[in-house]
Design a protein around this ligand. Structure first.
Ligand SMILES: [Zn+2]
Ligand SMILES: [Zn+2]
Length: 257
């Protein structure tokens, strides 16, 4: 797979020296995308069609709401609602039909698991679940993250100073470590793959060990006897630990204003 290489944002993210440069990039893309969907692109027919098909997840509904453009948000939700209602109609009809079939099946057959319409009901349930789990923003962010993951690997292979900086960094979060490992296995081989995987794992492991100490220090500060003890690196240890284990979601924005 080939992606458009965009090295400067990846370098910038690494230089932030946070728990995960890819999380910082993801957040940047997310905020830009939310603006984009509430801006001019909302009126583009192609974007509109995609929104109608996929909608937005809970996290991104919340971010859209925070943008305080209720009209833009409502216009998108209105056409999305109309598109979705066609699909729910089909699922509800199928479920009702399945239940009717089940009620119409003689008891002795139902007891042996024969006939009935439970399968149709379960299929309808599956369709409803799918309707409430797609998100065009999540998909768009994921596309961008594939590109940045690819770019990070490209930089590692072609830029010695990046390789050095990456090895000395705090590594990445577990989710992004998984993505990097998968793509590295597909794109690299031999000693380059060995070097990259070793640097990735060692840097991330070192950061986890440091976090464990920092987080313990954070909890100890709640004991009044430690009130005068210096915070050291513990002040944001909780937020950094969450970032490492679950990707950035709480604490200060990972990118400077
Ligand atoms: Zn991450
Ligand atoms: Zn989403």
């Amino acid at each position: 797979m080939r992606y458009h290489i965009d090295t400067i944002p990846v370098w910038d993210a690494l230089k932030l020296n946070g728990e995960c440069p890819l999380c910082a990039l993801r957040r940047k893309v997310e905020l830009m995308d939310v603006d984009r969907y509430l801006g001019a692109s909302v009126m583009e027919p192609d974007t509109r069609l995609q929104v109608n098909e996929k909608g937005f997840c809970q996290r991104h509904q919340k971010l859209l709401t925070e943008k305080k453009n209720k009209l833009g948000h409502a216009l998108m939700m209105h056409t999305y609602l109309k598109t979705t209602m066609k699909k729910t109609d089909a699922a509800f009809d199928a479920a009702i039909n399945g239940a009717k079939g089940d009620a119409g099946t003689p008891v002795f057959k139902r007891m042996r698991g024969k006939g009935g319409g439970k399968e149709e009901i379960l299929k309808a349930a599956q369709a409803l679940r799918a309707l409430s789990s797609t998100c065009i923003l999540c998909d768009s962010i994921e596309d961008n993250m594939q590109r940045y993951t690819y770019t990070l690997l490209h930089l590692y292979q072609t830029d010695a100073s990046f390789r050095k900086a990456f090895a000395a960094s705090r590594g990445v979060c577990l989710k992004d470590a998984a993505g990097l490992m998968e793509m590295a296995a597909a794109e690299m081989s031999g000693s380059m793959l060995q070097d990259f995987i070793t640097d990735l794992c060692n840097a991330t492991r070192k950061s986890l060990v440091k976090l464990e100490g920092d987080l313990e220090g954070f909890t100890l500060k709640f004991d009044y006897r430690n009130a005068d003890k210096p915070w050291g690196d513990s002040k944001d240890a909780l937020e950094r630990t969450v970032t490492k284990l679950r990707s950035w979601c709480i604490g200060e924005e990972p990118n400077p204003k």
